[in-house]
Design a protein around this ligand. Structure first.
Ligand SMILES: NC(=O)c1ccc[n+]([C@@H]2O[C@H](COP(=O)([O-])OP(=O)(O)OC[C@H]3O[C@@H](n4cnc5c(N)ncnc54)[C@H](OP(=O)(O)O)[C@@H]3O)[C@@H](O)[C@H]2O)c1
Length: 367
């Protein structure tokens, strides 16, 4: 599996003057050498990503076999776990993405072990039919991943675990378990979502230790964060609509982090322990929060079920905050959450960039 990828989830309000459309951003990422695309029907962007792939193939800029295309079951379909519904749903994703098959299908975490098992069995059918080449999980906590791996009625364990992983957050026990089981890690949020203009203490890319490494190695803070993951064998899928950022995020092979720099970043992740996707940064109070529950309430945030906020601290709330908070807030109306200024476009190297050869073997077999 390629380790350097591009994430295709775009938060509403991010497309501004001077940024690329997602279609152009995907094409730029592919030209820059990214060979892995992380997609999901729940991101609502698969048709646009598919159009980008279609244009890329037509222009003979790359071939399907060179790419590693990831998609996921929607939360709704995963909850039903019905074999024929899963099959129809995945085939729809494949059609939208113009990709004939998926290299990896992920099961999103739905907080119900029995439903995980049912959905996994439906995914195993697609694996045996060759509709998908590998199956894995996304957003699973360790206990649920263990339960899935140890279920005797399943024929294979996950090949890949997508997880939140950035210099302010590295779930060590999950990372260790996946290492023991030879489950490949795929880091979502690998930059810690720096676009919201948070105070420096909440933005990994403004962290002095990262800035020091970036000065010393003459690269950007984002490249330090991404290289830290890739050098541990963790695949990364940063999202960006900025050409300069996309190019630098794909260029991770011109420098190496010395072991002490890796250690420092491990230490930082352990000390910060600041998840930006499970809602804990909200729950744990204003000091650490990029946004507070009050701010969210004040800006008309409601949940998918049409109700008001569910009791703070419930697992459901965590999930909903993850899914909804960026999409439901109109960031342009919230000055303190305004987006960071865009960088100016840099020179575009086009097809001169060599594809990045940096792969890890993955398998769905039991260890
Ligand atoms: N399945 C899940 O539950 C789940 C959850 C979260 C994420 N994901 C996946 O992970 C991908 C990435 O997650 P994410 O977008 O939440 O977080 P992220 O990649 O950590 O952060 C994205 C933000 O970083 C900025 N950025 C990108 N490159 C930069 C650079 N070189 N320097 C400075 N800023 C930079 C981008 O703004 P610009 O556009 O200005 O560059 C964007 O706002 C998603 O697209 C999705 O594929 C999956």
């Amino acid at each position: 599996m390629p380790l350097v990828g591009y994430g295709t989830r775009v938060y509403r309000g991010r497309e501004r003057e001077g940024t690329l459309t997602l279609l152009d951003a995907v094409r730029t990422a592919l030209r820059a050498g990214c060979r892995l695309l992380d997609c999901s029907p729940d991101y609502g962007t698969q048709p646009e990503v598919g159009e980008a792939l279609c244009q890329t193939f037509k222009a003979h800029e790359t071939q399907r076999e060179r790419l590693f295309i990831v998609s996921s079951l929607s939360i709704e379909v995963a909850n039903h776990g019905d074999v024929s519904e899963v099959s129809t749903h995945v085939n729809e994703s494949i059609q939208q993405l113009h990709c004939d098959y998926l290299d990896l299908l992920l099961l999103p975490y739905i907080m119900d072990e029995q439903r995980h098992i049912a959905a996994w069995k439906a995914m195993e059918v697609l694996l045996s039919e060759g509709v998908v080449r590998h199956i894995g999980v996304g957003g699973f906590p360790l206990s649920s991943l263990k339960a899935l791996c140890e279920d005797p009625t399943l024929t294979c364990q996950p090949a890949v675990c997508q997880l939140e992983h950035h210099p302010f957050y590295r779930p060590d026990s999950l990372v260790e378990f996946c290492g023991e089981r030879r489950i490949q890690l795929l880091a979502n949020t690998p930059l810690g979502r720096p676009a919201l203009s948070r105070p420096p203490g909440q933005n990994p890319l403004k962290e002095p230790l990262i800035e020091m490494s970036s000065t010393a190695l003459e690269c950007s803070p984002a490249q330090i964060a991404l290289r830290w993951a890739v050098q541990q064998g963790v695949a990364v899928i940063p999202n960006s609509l900025c050409r300069t950022h996309i190019l630098e995020n794909a260029d991770l092979h011109s420098f190496t982090l010395a072991p002490f720099r890796i250690e420092v970043l491990h230490e930082m992740a352990a000390v910060r322990n600041m998840s930006f996707t499970d809602g804990s940064s909200v729950r744990n109070g204003e000091e650490r929060a990029p946004y507070t529950l009050e701010e969210i309430r004040a800006h008309g945030f409601v949940y998918d079920d049409g109700g008001t906020l569910i009791a703070p601290g419930s697992p459901y709330e965590y999930l909903q905050l993850t899914i909804d908070v960026f999409e439901r807030l109109d960031l342009s109306d919230v000055p303190e959450l305004a987006l960071a200024p865009r960088e100016i476009d840099g020179a575009f190297p086009g097809m001169d960039v060599e594809p990045i050869e940096c792969d890890e073997e993955i398998t769905n077999e039991q260890p």
